[in-house]
Design a protein. Sequence first.
Lengths: 110, 691
Amino acid sequence: MTIATLTSQPSGARRLAFDGPLTIYDAEAIKAHLHAALQQTKGVPLELDLAAVTDIDLAGLQLLLLARRESLRLELPLRIIAASAAVREVIGFCHLGDFFGDTLAPDPEG
Amino acid sequence: MEEIIGVFIQEAREQLTAMEDALLRMEQGDGDAELLNAVFRAAHTIKGGSGVVDLHLIEGFTHTLENLLDRLRNGEVRYSGEMTTLLLRSCDHIRALLDMREHGRTGEDAQLAEAGRLLAEGLQAFYTSGEPAAAAPSPDAEAPPADDCWHVSVRFGRDVLKMGMDPLNFLRYLQELGEITHMVTLCDAMPETADFDAESCYLGFGIHLRSDTDKQAIEDVFAFCRDDCELHILPPGHTTADSQAAAPATAGPSSGRIAVPGGAAQPDITEAAASRPGQAGNNRGAEARLIRVQADKLDQLIDLVGELVIAGASANLLARQSRQGRLIEANAMISRLVEDIRDSALQLRMVQIGETLSRFNRVVRDTAHELGKEIDLVISGADTELDKSVVEKIGDPLMHLVRNAIDHGIESAEARRAAGKPARGRLELNAFHDSGSVIIEVIDDGGGIDIGRVRARAIERGLIQADHHLTEQEAVNLIFEAGFSTTESVSTLSGRGVGMDVVKRNIEALRGSVEVETWAGRGSRFTIRLPLTLAIIDGFLTTVAEASYVIPLNAVVECLELKAGDTRGHMLNLRGEVLPFIRLRELFKVDGPIPMRENVVVITAGGGKAGIVVDQLQGEFQTVIKPLGRLFRHVRGIGGSTILGSGEVALILDVQALTQLAVQREEASFSFTRLSFPSSIDTLESSHAPE
């Protein structure tokens, strides 16, 4: 079961952290969390912490893309401040580095 | 190696047939671009195969052929009518080379070599001197430098995730085939958040894959979700415009930087892509569903099943005699299974007649050309199935009938116009099933058979006496008599010394029959009736005195008791209908007392109906047909023999002949003419006169 925690950062930004898999099994819940976070975050940047994401499939990737599109529409800064190896692998594989480019923090190891 | 060559030769012949078919259709004005592709593929397959089995003569010649076809396909050379003749002759040449190899010779003789050289020169002349066709520029002409990547564009079905598949895994698997040099994610189909179902898949991908694999292998990657995903694969070397065309047509307004601009797919380009590299794969798929089996293995199986049927009948009989209920039950079960095995085994031997019939496209074309006639061939019922051995043996008689129809039947264009008929003649080949037999008809719309000339010729040849009175049908049937030919001019086509009598004999050797109907000025119809199978039939067992006779069940209409009051001579009153009948007891001169009760089996064959009078009816019986020895070949009314469960021999009645006999006798008794009846009938009639 994926645990999502929404916290306020000292910088004023809101941070949504996922712990567990971002997959089809919890897709509805993840979508709801993302949607709620986007709706609640008014005027402040939203940070996604994906460092503890153990697994991500196409459903998960699709939700990240949806969140990204929604943030563009709402003109709300969205950043992925940390990503696990699994997330990086999928984003790299799909050549989506550019898409998340300025939002995705550089890989600490690479 | 010989075995591989054998397989190659057989396959090459099939390819040649396909090639001829396509060429003939092209000649008839079928403008389908796929036809040319089919011809090219056939040539290409033959060339490839011949290279593998080291038949370099064929490889070399086919290479020249393929060159021309390739240029035709690319539009560099324009297709013309005279090319067809040359291409068809090239098919013949390859066939001759195959025949040569099959007969164990590896080098061609001077004549064949010369023919091959001339043909090759002819083919080359078309593409070396041929000016490039302006109308159809080569698609490659303006293409930018070839790109070495496959372009794969895929949109997954909505429910792919719900079905437990992760499309990412398919994409990852693509890496096994080669290197993914580029990938774009298409998310334009994603709805607004409110309508977004997190468990549906809205994504598509455009992928550049650098690989030397074939299209089939790429398609196979998506095999699990192939049914509901939209997949377009373009081979390396296409233009950038194509790749946009290949992007799914549903692509809407581009979103962010990730969507590829969408455009309406150009079907011809994607189709071309599909037909080229994919072809090899498709062929493989078709082959995987078929197993080539030696024909004699199949025959052996049929033989064994035949023995099984006989042994089963024997066991059945013993079981019944033992009166043990459970044994009888078990045997009944076995009998039913044996019946099923019999049917499936026979089904294995069934082949469609289409291949045999479509051969005539070429025959009709060539023959008509030779005679300066214009003839359309119409084939129907190509999917009618019949026993392989029958199909093989019917080719020659059919060929003769077809040639005859073209040569003697259909008149020249001038004569046709003068007679107020369309200048183009029409020849029909129809095949269909009719009560347990297969009927093949050869119908022409020519002048019909001149009965007066037939009669005159028959008198001249001494086949009949000048004062013989013949019905029209009897006169027409004279064409099947040995040594009969009505044409004054012996052409190269007919008049080879092989007459209609050989046709008739060949067909009768297959337990079939041939009939002719003719209408003056309107044409003729030859009807060939063949048994479905030569091996095993459902029979109806009857006895006369001690002897057993089997009547093919599909010919049996009904059975009834013979009542003395209903008969008059050889006629029987069947509910007000006059039915001619034959007493087997008399026909086969069976001695012994006539039983109190006699039974009539009403049979139908060849449109006629007759009764066969026997002593007792025994019921249905699976009959394995054993041929009669040569000694009995001329016995009329018997088609074969079989072995009963008790080990006794039973004779199988030839219903066709018996019906004819009965009907003829009926007609004869009215007209009092006695024309060439077999002697058995004469004696039968005279012996029966007192009644």
